[in-house]
Design a protein around this ligand. Structure first.
Ligand SMILES: O=C(O)c1cccc(C(=O)CC[C@H]2O[C@@H](n3cnc4c(=O)[nH]cnc43)[C@H](O)[C@@H]2O)c1
Length: 248
């Protein structure tokens, strides 16, 4: 049993995340159930202790699996945030959490990456071999900021984590050419995932501070499914939340 679980009777829920003081009510959005289970296990909670997406309980920390990709992630996050607001208990922070790819040289498999910025990697228009993002097209934004206090607290609690922009894509990268293209589009690109930008859009619309944490399952580059280390990344995700549940 991890220390967070030992400190609390089973089934009572969390009153706060000690690693994020000042953020009383925190929503954590994963893509899939195994990620949600890893986060909850780290927090010392059983998956059935919490409502799934669509319900908002009284706990200060709620973990939902919103689906894979930015659209599902945005819809799930917006639904939970809106419901909580209507019930008079809005969230103070939203974290996008899950496994992800690391751009070469930025983090090891099984390591952690904290987002310093959320960038939509493929939201825009192609122009021959070039790419025009939404800002240059003049009708939207392809970047969302990470809350600076949230990032500072996450860095304090998880000092070994790499920090940098997380690129959200709808199609996971599977070639060297696309890896290079994303690195040209997003300066210092550190991690790739498929949900962060969707969560960030919903958080921004609600005026709720946003952060992102990715545990590295693979390197971004030519597709090599045999090199993915999903159990290792889920273990790192679990351990990160165990730290956040106990850090003071
Ligand atoms: O087998 C494949 O080629 C494949 C392609 C895309 C996604 C997957 C998945 O199994 C999981 C997608 C899931 O995991 C996150 N994730 C993890 N690594 C990456 C990555 O390098 N690029 C984008 N997303 C990644 C993502 O957030 C999804 O939730 C398999």
């Amino acid at each position: 049993m991890n220390p967070a679980a030992a400190a609390r009777p089973a089934g009572t829920g969390l009153s706060a995340l000690p690693g994020l003081p000042g953020f009383r009510r925190v929503l954590i959005v994963t893509a899939v159930e195994p990620e949600r289970a890893a986060v909850l296990t780290g927090l010392g909670l059983a998956p059935d202790d919490q409502p799934r997406v669509g319900a908002v309980g009284p706990d200060s920390v709620l973990v939902v699996a919103g689906g894979v990709g930015p659209a599902d992630a945005a819809a799930a996050t917006a639904r939970v945030l809106t419901r909580a607001e209507c019930e008079g208990s809005p969230f103070d922070a939203v974290l996008s959490a899950g496994i992800g790819g690391a751009f070469p040289g930025r983090a090891d498999i099984g390591g952690l990456i904290l987002g310093s910025l959320s960038a939509a990697g493929d939201l825009g228009a192609e122009d021959g071999d070039g790419f025009i993002d939404l800002e240059r097209l003049g009708f939207g934004r392809s970047r969302h900021a990470v809350d600076p206090l949230l990032l500072r607290l996450l860095r304090q609690a998880l000092p070994s984590a790499a920090v940098g922009p997380v690129v959200t894509v709808s199609t996971a990268t599977g070639s060297a050419a696309r890896t290079d293209a994303l690195r040209r589009r997003v300066h210092d690109a550190t991690a790739e995932g498929m949900e962060g930008f969707g969560v960030a859009v919903a958080a921004s619309a609600a005026g709720t501070p946003f952060g992102e944490l990715r545990a590295v399952s693979n390197e971004v580059g030519p597709r090599d499914r045999s090199a993915w280390r999903i159990p290792q990344a889920l273990g790192a995700l679990r351990d990160a939340f165990a730290v956040l549940a106990t850090a003071s």
